[in-house]
Design a binder for this molecule. Structure first.
Ligand SMILES: CC(C)(COP(=O)(O)OP(=O)(O)OC[C@H]1O[C@@H](n2cnc3c(N)ncnc32)[C@H](O)[C@@H]1OP(=O)(O)O)[C@@H](O)C(=O)NCCC(=O)NCCS
Length: 174
């Protein structure tokens, strides 16, 4: 899958160093319920990607620059429910690549695959209410805010609210 400046390649076991470089960064995992401080610990995430594939419940890709083949971040689908033609979307970028419009450029391609090959009708995003960067990025690619699950999680003793965003096939193809 290619865009003007980037290409996406399915995540494999040999990408563990790239995944570690992202998910060991507390600024990237700030709003996540996962954080992997060591390369060894990151194997759990690699098993999660593999399990999505073997169970047919999702797929994640690495994002690379066409000019330098350098890893930029990752994005993908999980929680895919075939009977309801829906899946949850996720994305993270290495900090050095924030503020460059990568999500804005890559997401439409991911939508095409989701609404096309994967046969989705609905793509959902669950975003911690305080994650402004993510919410502004999602709104820029036409995700619709649907509501807030107030104080639906407790993390480190803190009550966390989560916003629900979605985009439907008809939002894209009209
Ligand atoms: C969520 C996340 C991927 C958003 O990254 P981002 O760089 O802010 O989003 P985009 O790639 O769409 O870039 C948009 C920004 O690039 C800027 N930009 C620069 N060049 C641009 C271009 N050519 N086109 C569009 N935007 C451009 C925009 O002004 C905008 O900056 P702003 O956020 O200061 O307004 C990033 O913050 C992240 O990895 N967070 C940690 C993981 C996480 O919380 N993920 C949650 C799921 S979304």
């Amino acid at each position: 899958m290619k865009t003007e400046k980037y290409y996406l390649k399915e995540i494999e076991q040999k990408d563990i160093q790239n995944i570690f470089s992202g998910l060991s960064d507390p600024e990237i995992t700030q709003f996540y319920d996962v954080h992997f401080p060591t390369l060894e610990a990151t194997q759990e995430q690699m098993d999660w990607y593999q399990n999505l594939k073997t169970t047919g419940t999702g797929i994640w890709w690495g994002i690379y620059g066409k000019d330098d083949q350098k890893f930029r971040g990752a994005c993908g689908f999980n929680g895919l429910e075939k009977e309801h033609c829906k899946a949850e979307i996720g994305m993270w970028l290495l900090k050095e690549f924030w503020g460059q419009g990568i999500l804005k450029e890559v997401m439409p391609k991911v939508f095409d695959l989701g609404f096309g090959e994967l046969g989705l009708n609905r793509i959902e995003g669950y975003v911690v209410t305080d994650n402004r960067k993510c919410k502004s990025a999602l709104e820029k690619v036409n995700f619709k805010y649907e509501g807030t699950m107030r104080e639906c999680e407790i993390k480190d003793g803190k009550k966390i609210s989560v916003d629900i965003y979605s985009i439907l096939k008809k939002d894209i193809i009209g």
